[in-house]
Structure formats: structure tokens, C-alpha cells
Design a protein around this ligand. Sequence first.
Ligand SMILES: Cc1cc2nc3c(=O)[nH]c(=O)nc-3n(C[C@H](O)[C@H](O)[C@H](O)COP(=O)(O)OP(=O)(O)OC[C@H]3O[C@@H](n4cnc5c(N)ncnc54)[C@H](O)[C@@H]3O)c2cc1C
Length: 509
Amino acid sequence: MMYNVHAHRVLIVGGGLAGLSAALFLQHQGVRTVLVERRHTTSPQPKARRINIRTMEMFQQIGIFDAVLDAARDLADYQFMAAGPSLAEATRLPHALPGGLPDWDAITPATACLCAQDLLEPVLRRIAEDRGCDIRFSVELTEFEEDADGIEATLRRADGSTELLRADYLIAADGAGSPVRRRLGIERSGRGTLGQAVNVYFRADLSELVRGREFNLCQIENSSVPGGFASIDGARRWIFMARDGLDRTAAEWADALRIAIGVPDIEVEVLSVMPWEPGMFVADSYRAGRVFLAGDAAHVMTPYAAAGANTGIGDAHNLAWKLAMVLRGTGGPGLLDSYHRERHALGWYVADQSSIRTGNLRTMNQQSTDGTPLADPIAFILGQRYEQGAVIGDGSSHTMSRLDLAGQPGTRVPHYRLADGRSTLDLIGTDFVLLTGPDGVVWKDAAEQVRPTLEHFRMDEKWCVTAGVENTGAILIRPDQIIAWRTPELPADPARVLAESVGRILDLR
Ligand SMILES: Cc1cc2nc3c(=O)[nH]c(=O)nc-3n(C[C@H](O)[C@H](O)[C@H](O)COP(=O)(O)OP(=O)(O)OC[C@H]3O[C@@H](n4cnc5c(N)ncnc54)[C@H](O)[C@@H]3O)c2cc1C
């Protein structure tokens, strides 16, 4: 057995979307990591495809937006939903959102995309490796112990050899079955299993059939093969998702798919048949000592809101800067407790909202299964708020029935176009940022006194309206683009008030 005395700062277990994103966000923060993944390659299954706007904003922040968009190019024109008795007879559904389509440029500098997981994971892996992250596939975490100074992990390579590795912290991004979560005895709560389903991944040349009505999802309303097609590359690779026919063989599925496609003699090659159980399971604690759960290890949800992977990537984004600050000594240890407080509440809400969606494309934004109000679809992605954690609330109101980003602490900083074309989101780097109104000159000195790395930007009057402050007011933004604190106007002693706020948020005593 080899003993690795050069301690890594963070050990990431799992090379799925959550783990690879954690490696990238931590690298952006300058934290040394090692990621281990027991499989020899990234996911062969194209499960997640919808990479939402908030995730793309996070990718933009670390400079990988274009690479992800490039990987998503095959499905760039596949944003519509469709429905019909077969694929051949399906027509596009109106691209409707309650309240109409927003002016995207007014709310975000990014854009969502459809990129199948089996395409996205290799992109994240390659960029992480190019940026110097230590990514080790075919390596399994078999045991770990926490002691006073850190984590001691036993890693086993594919050839059976083992290595002991020390790290300050461990991120368990090891999937729904999370061996780490089980080992820690962390229970899960939620609505439990919500049925059974099957994903049939197949190859067929449907490029001519879908031309002119390219779709993201196409619902098949047909009593013999009900279900839905999902575009993977928009030409030859597709998924059919169904809740019936779970016991069909691959050959029987090929026949069923021909009926669903509506072309009796089309050549179909079934690549895999994957039964799975939609459900809602949220870990009761996202943290145990030096171990943090992220991604499906922390929350499993139905795919009807396309939020599982996006929420996992959001976990990693939330955790990375906190670990970085605690490791650098610029954040107190209590900062890490805010990870559970913020992400557990959010993970629960997102998983619950996913559970009450039926997956019916005709009614998906209007009807919930049990009468629980559905969040507005855009607010659901961009408009969430951390009510508690590393934020100082100011009693301001907030709703999820429409996008309501008005500078409230706990929400994502409103996107505002600067004179040079950049967004306010582009101002946020690896540390806190103070944005103030045009008359907030004295904030510059206050910021320098309180935290030398705290950047200060003076904004214009129009911006003050979007942030809910007067011309002398200020908002303090965390590295994850979340507003931590706001003061509507200049306090009598700005440096003292700022120091107190920063100290409280970062648990600096
Ligand atoms: C049909 C379907 C459609 C979906 N669509 C969407 C969508 O459109 N948008 C969306 O956001 N989400 C979607 N999801 C959800 C999404 O696929 C998952 O939430 C996401 O893939 C979970 O990523 P993860 O990194 O947390 O876990 P995983 O991808 O499960 O990765 C965990 C990894 O950890 C590894 N591992 C486990 N134990 C160890 C160990 N001891 N040592 C080393 N490695 C280990 C595993 O091998 C695995 O590779 C969908 C899911 C399904 C089933």
C-alpha cells in the first residue's frame, strides 16, 4: 500500500456531473483536489439533457460556457415540445410559459441548452484535466476515517492496488446509492418511490422524420405504447421513456418503438433498457464533520422538472467558495454549516416541486398532482432564495409565483447590463464584491479597511432601482453570485457595519 503524505485539500468521490463540477469550481477557487471515480469512463447513459440557465451562468463564471454550448450544438434547434399518437403524426406544442416568454436579455447573460449527460461529462472531465485537476477514473474509495486533522481515505485502483490518501475535506458526489452517505448513517426523507419507469436508449435514423418539427421531448399519446421520445443528438440517438412495458425484452421494445415512431419498417437498434424508479429522497443532513454530500447523494428527484443534475451542480457551486475560504483562513469554520442550511432547504423544495409534476407536456406548467402550487418555471430556476445560512435577511418579501429578483438577501444578484456590455454577474470572481449606488464613494475606503480582497464597484442610478437601494446604498455579493447583505442607504459608520456583516456571514469571530 502506498501512503500519500502530500495531503490534498479536498477529496471528491464520484466523477458524475456533481463531482466533476465540484473539481472545476474548486479549481477556480485555487483549491487542490483529487477526484476518484470507480468507473473507467464517464456515463454511457445520456440521462440528463436540460442544462438550465442558472447552471450556465455558473459555467460562464468559470469560463466553460462556450465549451458546453459547443457540446450542445446538435440540439440547438430542439427546444420545442411535441405530442401526437406517434412520432410521425406529432405536432409541436406552443412554446408557452405562464405569463408569456420573458425578455431573456433582461434577466440573464446566459442561455440554457440541451446537452446529453454522456456528452457533457467528457467535456467537464477534459477541461478539469486541462486545468490541472487530479482526476482519477478506475479508482474507488473503499474506506475513510475522519480524525482531528482531516480525512484518511483508502483508494483502490482497478489492478487491486491500494493507496492511503489524506485530505482536509471529502465531498461525496457518489450518486443516489451513495456508499459514503450510507457509511455515515445519514437517513433520507421525502415522498419516497413514486412509481416505476423505463428508459429505452436506441439508435434509429429519424433525421428526416423530425425535420421541421425538431423537439426536445415528444409525448406519444397512444394506448399501446404511451411514453415520450427525448432527442439525444437529434438524428440517430434517442431515448424513449415509458411507465408501461417494464418487462419487455429488447426485441419487444424494438417492435414497440416502431409503433411509437409510426413507421412499421424502420430500422431500430435498442442500445440499452434501463428500468428506474422516480422518487423523492432528500438526505436529512448534507454534512457530517468534514464530509459533505452533493448531487444525487444528497437529493434524488423525479426528472420532470429537469432539475436533478442542475441542483447537484448548484450544490458544488455553493460549497466550493466556502471550502476555499475556510481553507485559506478567510472564513470561519461555521461558514461550512451554512452549506446544509442553504442547500438542504433548496434541495427539498426542488425535489418536492419535481415530485408534483406529472411529466405531461400539455399540462406540465399548470397542474400539480396534489394541488401544491407550482413555482413559476423561470423563478424555479433563477429566483430561489436562501432564507437562512450565510446571508443576513432584511425582512424583504419574495415570491416563487413569478421571477422576483430585486436585491433581496439570499437571491441571485439581478443581471444588469453595464456600459461595457458585461453583466453584474461578470463582476463576481472568487471573493465577495460590494456594489454601491453612485453616491457611495465612501464605501471604497470601507471595503479596503474591512477586507483587502473585497472589490468595490460604483453603479449608476438605474441599477439602484434593480437592487432595491438608494444612491448611497450597497449590496454585498458572495462568490456564488448570491446577495449576502444589503443596506438601502449609507449607515453612519459604513466600515463598522460592513465589518460586522462580513464577520457574521463568514463566521469570523
Ligand atoms: C431519465 C432521467 C432524465 C434526467 N434528466 C435530467 C435533466 O434533464 N436535467 C437534470 O438536471 N437532471 C436530470 N436527471 C438527473 C441526473 O441524471 C442526475 O441528477 C445526475 O446525473 C446525478 O449526478 P451525480 O454526479 O450526483 O451522480 P452520478 O451521476 O450518479 O455520479 C456518481 C458517481 O459516483 C461514482 N461512485 C460511487 N461510489 C464511488 C466510490 N466509492 N468510489 C468512486 N466512485 C464512486 C459512481 O460510479 C458514479 O459515477 C435525469 C435523470 C434521469 C433518470
